[in-house]
Design a binder for this molecule. Structure first.
Ligand SMILES: *Cc1c(COP(=O)(O)O)cnc(C)c1O
Length: 389
């Protein structure tokens, strides 16, 4: 097909009618660990499912198309995707990573650096002084998470890529919070895109999985060697589920984002709220850069209550529709207390530096009717401020 299709069409159409055996409209789930070969030196396209699997391949192609990459590796989790990406580094190479990155990623790279796998600098990738410092020694790889979790700091991806290119450094962007519908890191100059497909791409909170998309085929070949050799692969069933969920990605993220925008405006004007972090608000310090490089502001936001930890405690017990749970990006709305949940592994000192206070709450806005979500939040805010006062 010569014509370039719109993104939504490419996901809805991924693998449709491509089954060579029975012409299934929906690509079938291939669970087989191994594939029959016609004879010596008569190999087919598939031999063994750790190396290559048809269901996983269709998902890889779909995510690659969405991100505008050359190819992708599908992994068993977002953390496995980060682990795979780190195989591109050797001892002595410098990795620059954000000081406020995803708690488990923070702990992983810190521990591997302590063991001598590579050199590491945690940097402030959000200010020009921070960036000058980040590039004071030539890095081999720069890892970006934008917007960052949970306070939604936004890095200028194109600027960081330009600086990295001067040193021939690779740039990897964790695009989990926005998905390829709202942000296209490869088009902004990045070399690798990381996803926890557990979140928006699958979108139904029933799979843990990940992906690395590469800009070039050479990078993919190197990662493909490591994924096959280290067994950093996604299961066929999980791949089937993620592909199924992804078909509605654009519809889901657009509705969730619309809800989030309405909720953010309500929270920003609420007397019980001390600070709100949502780059979609014109008053947010990240608004300009988010507007420049994103196609939307997403469905994640966080806020701090005036009553601090005690008010947060009351609030999480008062909500009825929002579930207090880790993770994000599902159809259902979730509420998280980062200091005791997602960001425990970081430790108190790093949490304080990252702005993850004890009173901070993070919302993953779902696709429910916005009126019901607003009523739930408003009722909880009244209870929380009454009890904390
Ligand atoms: C969840 C998450 C990860 C880790 O992904 P898993 O699928 O849980 O292993 C990495 N980065 C970000 C931004 C995440 O939200």
């Amino acid at each position: 097909m010569a014509k370039k299709l719109k993104r939504r069409t490419t996901i809805v159409q991924a693998g449709i009618g491509s089954d060579p055996a029975y012409h299934d409209v929906i690509p079938p789930l291939h669970l087989s660990s191994t594939f029959k070969i016609d004879g010596i030196e008569k190999k087919g396209p598939y031999e063994y499912s750790r190396t290559r699997n048809p269901t996983r391949d269709i998902l890889a192609e779909a995510i690659t198309t969405l991100e505008g990459g050359a190819n992708a590796c599908i992994t068993s989790s977002g953390m496995a995707a980060i682990t795979l990406m780190l195989q591109l580094l050797k001892p002595g190479d410098l990795l620059v990573a954000p000081f406020d990155c995803y708690g488990r990623a923070y702990k992983l790279i810190q521990t591997l650096a302590d063991k001598g796998h590579f050199k590491l600098k945690f940097a402030d990738l959000y200010s020009s002084e921070g960036l000058d410092d980040a590039f004071s020694k030539p890095p081999r790889m720069v890892f970006i998470e934008s917007p960052s979790n949970p306070v939604m700091r936004t890095s200028d991806i194109a600027d960081i890529c330009k600086r990295a290119k001067k040193h021939d450094a690779l740039v990897a962007v964790d695009n989990t919070f926005l998905s390829p519908i709202l942000q296209q890191p490869l088009a902004l100059g990045a070399d690798l895109v990381i996803h926890s497909t557990t979140k928006f791409l699958n979108g139904h909170s029933d799979v843990v999985s990940g992906a690395v998309v590469t800009k070039t085929n050479e990078l993919w070949e190197e990662l493909d060697f490591w994924s096959n050799s280290m067994g950093l692969i996604g299961a066929p069933f999980d791949s089937y589920m993620v592909l199924r969920g992804m078909r509605t990605l654009e519809l889901r993220i657009n509705r969730a984002q619309e809800n989030a925008g309405t909720i953010a405006e309500m929270l920003a004007a609420h007397p019980a709220i001390k600070t709100i972090y949502y780059p979609g608000l014109p008053s947010d310090s990240n608004h300009a850069i988010a507007k420049k490089q994103q196609e939307g502001f997403g469905a994640m936001l966080s806020f701090e209550l005036k009553g601090g930890l005690e008010a947060a405690r009351q609030f999480v017990e008062a909500v009825e529709i929002f579930s207090l749970a880790q993770s994000l990006g599902g159809t259902e709305s979730l509420l998280c207390h980062p200091a005791t949940m997602t960001h425990v592994a970081m430790g108190e000192k790093a949490r304080a530096e990252a702005g993850v206070t004890d009173g901070l709450l993070r919302l993953s806005i779902g696709i429910e009717h916005v009126d019901d979500l607003m009523d739930d939040l408003n009722a909880a805010l009244i209870q929380a401020s009454a009890k904390a006062a």
